[in-house]
Design a protein around this ligand. Structure first.
Ligand code: G3H
Ligand code: 13P
Ligand code: ZN
Length: 307
């Protein structure tokens, strides 16, 4: 099968009430861990790279690996540009066969964000490439001291409706209280699910949850057991994630969980076998740890058997 776009996997997900996992990769091992888990679960999957990943590995390598993965897999695979900040990155992704792009101008004024989204839609849609954009700032709700301030960083549902109608984007990432990385919540984890429901009603398109990693205590413990020092980490618990899926989230972005699984796997190998220097004996178990993590995430999203 060839690579497909977001509409192919997300419209089905929205109709049936599950979400598709969008996983970040920067190398072959992580990509293979993701795709192997998706194939085993017969789940559709989105593999995505940031501008940073492209700078690290080179877009030609990343795109070629994803294309080969999709040719060999019997499930739907989307190759998506994650957090494209510049038009140049979007155009490069289009040139290298990405089937979906995100233009992330959420840190710019609304009118600029909208103008860029429109421009990207104009470039991408004739090629059959889907477009995601973002509204609001990704910040934990409890990071804000005053209630009014919390609302200010989260998405405005009315504005989201207007943005989607004016831009013609295919998917929207609304800020509802998550943040990137391993330290999402200082107190009780909380997302603004009511706000999310209003965004879903007023936009009518599939919604995307960024900063959705679960940051499992077991993986943190494993990393720390083998020499890491990660304190105070907290992710999005599965029950809250599932409420978000019930309220309109169809694409769930996960990067941190894979980084944690991969590095904990490497730390364990070095500890178990201090003399190891065959990199296959180090990266192979790390790839397996990514695969196990992705399998667990697919279970939580409800996308198994939907490939
Ligand atoms: O938002 C996605 C990532 O977790 C950040 O990735 O370090 O490749 O920019 P990056
Ligand atoms: P996490 O840091 O929670 O994995 O979020 C990843 C993400 O949103 C990628 O776009
Ligand atoms: Zn993100």
């Amino acid at each position: 099968m060839g690579l497909v776009n977001l509409n192919r996997v997300l419209l089905k997900a929205r109709e049936h009430g599950y979400a598709v996992g969008a996983f970040n990769f920067v190398d072959m091992e992580v990509l293979q861990g993701i795709v192997d888990a998706a194939v085993e679960a017969h789940a559709p999957v989105i593999v995505q790279t940031t501008e940073g990943a492209i700078e690290y590995a080179g877009i030609a390598y990343l795109a070629a690996m994803a294309r080969i993965a999709a040719e060999r897999a019997d499930v739907d695979i989307v190759l998506h540009l994650d957090h494209g900040k510049h038009l140049e990155a979007v155009m490069l992704a289009l040139r290298y066969g990405y089937t979906s792009v995100m233009i992330d101008a959420s840190d710019r004024p609304y009118e600029e964000n909208l103008a860029l989204a429109k421009e990207v839609v104009k470039l991408a849609h004739p090629l059959g490439v889907s477009v995601e954009a973002e509204l609001g700032r990704l910040r934990g709700i409890e990071d804000n001291v005053r209630v009014g301030e919390a609302g200010a960083s989260l998405v405005d549902p009315e504005q989201a409706g207007a943005f989607v109608r004016a831009s013609g984007i295919d998917a929207l990432a609304p800020a509802i209280g998550t943040s990137h990385g391993a330290f999402k919540f200082k107190g009780t984890p909380r997302l603004d699910i009511d706000r999310l429901r209003r965004v879903a009603d007023l936009t009518g398109i599939p919604l995307v949850l960024h900063g959705a990693s679960s940051v499992p205590a077991k993986v943190i413990e494993k990393a720390n057991r083998y020499g890491a020092r990660i304190e105070g980490a907290a992710g999005v618990p599965d029950d809250i994630l599932q409420q978000a899926i019930g309220a309109g989230i169809c694409k769930v972005n996960t990067d941190t969980d894979l980084r944690l699984a991969f590095t904990a796997g490497i730390r364990e190998r070095f500890a178990a076998e201090p003399g190891v220097f065959d990199i296959r004996h180090i990266l192979g178990p790390a790839r397996q740890a990514v695969k196990d993590m992705v399998a667990g995430r697919i279970g939580a999203f409800g996308s198994a058997g939907r490939g």
